[in-house]
Design a protein around this ligand. Sequence first.
Ligand SMILES: Cc1cc2nc3c(=O)[nH]c(=O)nc-3n(C[C@H](O)[C@H](O)[C@H](O)COP(=O)(O)OP(=O)(O)OC[C@H]3O[C@@H](n4cnc5c(N)ncnc54)[C@H](O)[C@@H]3O)c2cc1C
Length: 546
Amino acid sequence: MLMTHEVFNQPAPLVDYNLFDTNRPLRDALKFNAPSLAPAELSALGARLGSAEMQTHARLANTHTPALHSHDRFGHRVDQVEFHPGYHELMKLSVSAGLHGTPWAGHSDSPHVLRAAGFMLFTELEPSTLCPISMTYAATPALRGNAAIHADWAPKLGSRAYDPALKLFSEKTGVTMGMGMTEKQGGSDVRANTTQALADGNDHWGQRFRLTGHKWFFSAPMCDAFLVLAQAPAGLSCFFLPRVLPDGTLNAIRIQRLKDKLGNKANASSEVEFESATAWLVGDEGRGIPQILEMGTMTRLDCALGTSGLMRQALSIALNHCAQRQAFGKPLINQPLMRNVLADLALESEAATALSIRLARAFDHATDSHEQAMARLLTPVAKFWICKRGSHFAQETMECLGGNGYVEEGGEGIMARIYREMPLNSIWEGAGNIMALDLLRALRKADAAAALAHELAPAKGAHTALDRLAAALPTRVEEMATEIEARRLAQDVALAVQAALLYQTAPAAVFSAFCDSRLAGNWGQAFGTLGAGTDFDALVHRAMPQ
Ligand SMILES: Cc1cc2nc3c(=O)[nH]c(=O)nc-3n(C[C@H](O)[C@H](O)[C@H](O)COP(=O)(O)OP(=O)(O)OC[C@H]3O[C@@H](n4cnc5c(N)ncnc54)[C@H](O)[C@@H]3O)c2cc1C
């Protein structure tokens, strides 16, 4: 046998570890936002999500991507999507963990925070299968606009049984839901929708319509039902569109093709046409946009949660690699400049976690006026800022792994997936500009300046740069008249709230490093530019996934 070389200095993989127990920033954010939350359920989920078995399912579900079968072998339309068994294992776990619909049944004191933490952890394993999970979670507030349908479907939406069969909802142990707004001519401006809805009588689900038209993006077409927008006689309206009709026949939803996407490979995103498909009105005719936005608000929360989860996973992989990989005589993690990069990434990840979990808390206290204001204000802010930071973050964590990071099977087999996934949360469910403009709408309506001041008050006097920003924001919020500075405002609100949260949830070293860099300007344009006086050891130690 010829021996060419010995393999050494390649790190042991990050596998069979507990994603929850090793995530200090997340646990501290939970203690602050939901003090009575028992961590046992999340700890059990964290162990499962970090297992080699689940990592294999995630890899296979993304390698063997969904396939559309528009017709059967005899030429009948079937409109079915076939998935790898790994996909179904991932779906089974996320549904059994209650990430799809259980918070609305309110079994714990903080059901939305509990579910948010689980969703973040699951994203670390595999984000794309969470698309139907997120939409199922998000559907309930909007679906309540039709009491009869909600009464029939809510028990199945909250069921922890995953049932992928295409059959009548009443015969299924659990169901999932999707949404259809975007058409070829417009996604942000859905007023441009051309799908037509014609009245077709009444039944026990209320006013029935026939939909004819298309949707250009229709993710997770194998869901059991969808909320869709269409033009009714009184204007754009929200409809409930099941795949199987109450008489057991297939509804006329034609899947034209699946999208060939940059990432998000395990999720089947499709283009569809409705050929006089049967649907029921949800909410008032002509009020479709506010109705479906009740769903959009929840999916926007998930975009922030999801990106925070991806950041945490990318950071964990980078830390694991740098702790073991030697270069120039010592582990990379002990090289001062790499320590600056890792500490800076850790700060960004913790700030994203803190803001995401705080936003989830707002949905647990929907009758509290301050929490209502925070849900309205922080949803566009968190979605805008955290998702914007995601791609930059993924690139830098990838670079920590050197060339291995850029190779599919390199970075634990997931780094390349994370990099491809990152832009998506920024684009869908309202792209960056749409979020910044939505913040302006939120500011015009509520007594936003006072609510923001109240939110920042606990950190008053803790750092001069935060005090300066907090003092300036209410005036900027009140005077904000034009759109041109909307992104800047969304960024500054995000940074101020993140800083105030870190003061309350993180060690002093994290808070001061965040304020010094992000607020006081002792920072550069790239990660790894924290000031020399930063307590790098404290930041890196806190972030380690061991
Ligand atoms: C993988 C994937 C899955 C998806 N799944 C679904 C789904 O299941 N259901 C669904 O309904 N949609 C889905 N979408 C669609 C997605 O929500 C839209 O792509 C998104 O909302 C943007 O709409 P658009 O593509 O029409 O872009 P446009 O509306 O044309 O926007 C293009 C750009 O212009 C900006 N812009 C728009 N208006 C303004 C303005 N007034 N001022 C400044 N800037 C502006 C936007 O921010 C964006 O950056 C999916 C998208 C992707 C990529």
